[in-house]
Design a protein around this ligand. Structure first.
Ligand SMILES: C[S@@+](CC[C@H](N)C(=O)[O-])C[C@H]1O[C@@H](n2cnc3c(N)ncnc32)[C@H](O)[C@@H]1O
Length: 367
């Protein structure tokens, strides 16, 4: 059987199918690294149907434990499951809400309604059912549908937020990240590792304004998809209740919230030899095909695969630039490729895969 692949994601991108719903366990595994950073904060989960989303469930049921000031979640007019769960919660006053009407949910506090000594989803459901002020429909504007992260209503919420946490639409990832950085927000969002090479994304990684999260560095992750999604690819399944799931490779968290583990040194064990580490034909850097083989004693520029960012400790390495195998805009690369028109990494005339160029900060003496 073939392996689950990026193909699932590429197909979704192509068809602008953005309906991949994140599992609670994946959210919990990542969020545990930042628990103390949420105290007193306004958290915004956009692109996120609050009635279905596990992001909303995570923050609503952990509202008091995290010490949140406010939780805001918004759903998107185009999402096929929007409104699908209104019946479940039977929100008073919203029963007549038009199907698929996008909503904004604002939670200011979660009380222990059932007096079981703990805050959980039944307390959140109680709040949603009985507090008429919690949910309001989003109207959108001339340019954007209700709940679109680019709409005026959504930007107003964004301005109020301290931290944005979600799995945004893959097809709009560049624009989404640009908006977050423009508004100088803290964020923790899901994307694909290939986004590293986007010209809107790489400079943020290079300048330490964004990095990868803590919990996912390899393998694939499972996402629920709407019932109408075709399940042809390998790695798809349907559970006992008929819910469909797809496994996607290359999933990563992207964030600008710090965590201890990213400051741990990558242990290097190899020594440089000219034979093992050839230089590029067109750039003065040695080539390393596997990140763990970075030589421990090389002080100058080293080309590594893009998955290096999974191991990147900013105290150990500097990122100098990027060179994609298909060529790259030199402004982004940050590296002059001896005046070549296409800045592509060549060894013996052969194009290598995309490379990130790094320097080991801790090696000061050239060999
Ligand atoms: C990858 S899904 C993730 C959903 C949810 N955040 C989760 O993780 O379970 C992205 C969601 O963004 C919605 N979406 C698509 N375009 C959007 C836009 N322009 N603004 C806001 N949301 C959008 C999609 O309908 C979809 O529900």
């Amino acid at each position: 059987m073939s392996q689950p692949s990026n193909k699932n994601l590429r197909q979704a991108n192509k068809a602008k199918k953005d309906e991949f719903y994140t599992q609670l366990s994946d959210i919990e595994k990542e969020l545990k690294y930042y628990k103390d950073q949420f105290k007193g904060k306004v958290v915004y989960c956009n692109a996120d149907d609050p009635f279905e989303s596990h992001f909303f469930k995570y923050f609503a049921s952990n509202f008091n434990v995290l010490g949140l000031k406010k939780l805001i979640a918004t759903s998107y007019a185009g999402s096929p499951i929007v409104g699908g769960q209104l019946a479940l919660f039977e929100i008073e006053g919203l029963k007549t809400a038009k199907e698929k009407e996008p909503m904004k949910i604002v939670v200011n506090e979660v009380k222990d309604h059932n007096d079981d000594g703990a805050i959980n989803m039944s307390d959140v459901e109680h709040l949603l059912k009985h507090d008429k002020n919690v949910a309001t429909p989003l109207k959108g504007d001339e340019k954007f549908n209700g709940g679109d992260f680019r709409s005026e209503e959504a930007i107003k919420i964004l301005k109020e937020a301290d931290i944005v946490v979600t799995n945004p639409p893959f097809s709009l990832f560049r624009e989404y990240v640009e908006q977050l950085t423009e508004h100088k927000k803290k964020f923790l969002i899901i994307g694909n590792i290939n986004a590293i090479t986007y010209k809107e994304v790489f400079p943020l990684l290079k300048n330490n304004r964004m990095w990868l999260g803590a919990s996912i560095h390899s393998g694939d992750r499972e996402f629920r998809v709407p019932d109408h999604y075709p399940l042809k690819a390998a790695g798809c399944r349907v559970d006992a209740d008929g819910n469909k799931y797809i496994r996607v490779k290359g999933v990563r968290w992207y964030t600008n919230m710090d965590y201890k583990e990213r400051h741990e040194d990558l242990i290097l064990y190899k020594k440089y030899t000219a034979e093992e580490y050839p230089k590029y034909d067109n750039y003065d850097a040695i080539n390393v095909d596997v990140t763990k083989d970075i030589p421990m004693d090389y002080a100058k520029s080293i080309g590594v695969p893009i998955t290096f960012v999974d191991k990147y400790n900013p105290d150990q390495f500097n990122i100098l630039g990027l060179c994609a195998s298909a060529g790259y805009d030199k402004d982004i690369v940050g590296i002059k490729f001896n005046g070549d028109k296409d800045a592509r990494p060549l060894i013996d005339g052969k194009i290598k895969y995309a490379r990130i160029f790094i320097k080991n900060k801790k090696v000061t003496k050239s060999l």
